[in-house]
Design a binder for this molecule. Sequence first.
Ligand code: SF4
Length: 384
Amino acid sequence: MSDSDVLSYAELKVDVLCNGVAYAEGFLPAYAARPDWIGKRRAYGNSDLAQFGTTKVPQEFRLKDGTICSANFVPSSPYQLSISEEGPYLLDTRKDTAFQIRFPLEPKAYAFDLSNGRPFKEVATYYGETTLGFFNPGHCYYFDEGTQCRFCSLGPAREETDHVMKVLPGLAQEAVRLSAELDGDRVVRTLINGGNARNYDRGFGNQTRLAVALAEVNREFLGGRLTNHLIAMPPKDFELMKPLHGVVDRLAMSLEIYDPELFAEICPGKHRDFGRDRFLDAYSAAVGVLGPGRVYVGLVAGLEPVESVVEAMWRFGEQGVVPAIAVFHPGRGSIFETYPRPRPEDILAIGREMQKVYRKFDFTAFIESSGRNSIDTEAQRYAF
Ligand code: SF4
């Protein structure tokens, strides 16, 4: 099989996400020799099952039809990234077949500093080629108490990263302007994500202030060209969601796991300090502020039965809440580092049901064409 035989790039993406990618011999030096190809940034955690230090590695690639796919390093993967004279390709070593790929370009803004002297890339990250991400705060208090989500590698990853722990609104605005000046219209959206503050209401307030600053710079300097996306833990006081109206286009809150018992087991901090019931109420409150189709429930596929995820997608869909599904990939340093990877057939079963939910309720992906670990864009396109 090669590109000419591919029936579905969505299915290929799922298989790659479930297996990860290895590097063919000579790949890393060849990748490093291309300064125009983007190097991986680790603001959100470490999805590579090896430590690469300052060695430049790829963070994502696009398949021939444009499908974006994460490059999560797994040394035993049957998929290998490779580079020939004709360009980069993905090799399935089980069938000795090659698929043409391309790597996103290193943003010009990555070479510049902001006005406080800090490099742009310590404050902002290009994610999935077209999303400008701000990770704030860079710490999640669950790690202090050993109650972090079992799949999360944020704590250990932060020991090795140069990202700032706190993104100041003024610097985020500067980063947006610099990105537009240097990289043109490549970025089509901003995305705020981050760890959790112990005081949920204060944490949500900080994220809101950052979102307001991004909406402002977008309106005043970019003619409102960008859409503004926020992933946040809900506040305890739902009134605090009201200021998001007219500020964010989409809000995602990550329940992660739908099954109540597995939720308590896999996300002990969220279970103990916030609670599943309060989470479920938060979605209704958010839909009341932003309207149906603009609030997303983040779920991790591969850690609970398929039926449970399917039940969640329909239940939330009926409420106007869009399922956003990330495929579980063990992160280096996470408690689930050695947990079995998902089975492609399970993820495909979820994808086939998910596209029905998207079609029925006319949903769109959280970050269309940019979600390298998710199957949202593929569900929106009915690609399964
Ligand atoms: S809430 Fe969970 S997934 Fe999010 S940063 Fe904290 S530990 Fe990681």
